[in-house]
Design a protein around this ligand. Sequence first.
Ligand code: SAM
Length: 323
Amino acid sequence: MLTDSFNRTIDYLRLSVTDRCDLRCSYCMPEGFQDYEEPSHWLSFDEIERVVGAFARLGVSQVRLTGGEPLLRAHLPELAGRLKRLPGLRDLSLSTNATQMEKHAGALKAAGVSRINVSLDSLQAQRIAQIAGRDVLPKILSGLEAGQRAGFSPIKINMVAMRGVNEDEIADMVAFCMRHGYTLRLIETMPMGDTGRNAQYLDLQPIKEQLRRQFGLIEGFVAGSGPARYLQSADGAFTVGFITPISQHFCATCNRVRLAVDGTLYLCLGQDEKVELRPLLRSGASDQDLEQAIRQAMTVKPERHEFREQPAKLVRFMSMTGG
Ligand code: SAM
């Protein structure tokens, strides 16, 4: 078991397989961003498998592939298959913008990815073009359909809710998700980098009350992972989660750490504490050394982020950490 200094059990790893993305979401990656890590700094599949294997031996049973846009990493289904075969790894999931999903859905499902989260901030093509910097709504929608055909379950829609940008579409998104059988997760913008700080923050607490009334939703509880608080329809068929790091943070139940594509282990999404695993991997460290480094890293996991108290603190933006 991996535990941190605040007695939290860490059983969930977010694994960033690339820091590249084909979109430029206004709250995430800056438009001119090209300062990509050199691929030689990226962990190879062998290195990733070794690190994730060490985490799995230490009790981490859930891994989410993320990025950047994970589908841009070549041969991702091969990596997924290798990870899924690791003893102890029970749940392999993927966060994606779905623009490339049509091509990869079948292979990823066959490799053992069971569920996906898809970013979708609007159902209006022009708005997506504005928010993501690319005109990709049709591609995302066909990617989602491909995901459904491939049998991923559940499929969750991640909508970053922004004042004056897409707040008027939240009810439409609820209706869309109800119609298609998707779970919705509404996300507050986090002040990660200048992009995140400049985003139009919207407090989701009043939205929650509004949706409760408008759709007759009731308090829901979703066992297991994830920080969202939930509402659901009375028959349980539809669920909406609220990721509210600003208006109501959920650090006390944090169960996760994040591994960036260059082997940096980030202990908190909103703090700078980190441990570099790549030097260990490339200097002949044993599996025991690796496990010891991971155990040791847990001792510097911060109690909580300070997005509210110190919004200017974090320089790195979300795609660099693995959101
Ligand atoms: N490319 C994949 C995707 O689109 O889901 C995975 C990486 S993306 C960085 C992960 C999630 O972080 C997305 O849902 C995105 O909308 C969200 N995100 C990025 N920057 C954010 C910010 N500043 N505040 C809140 N959410 C953010």
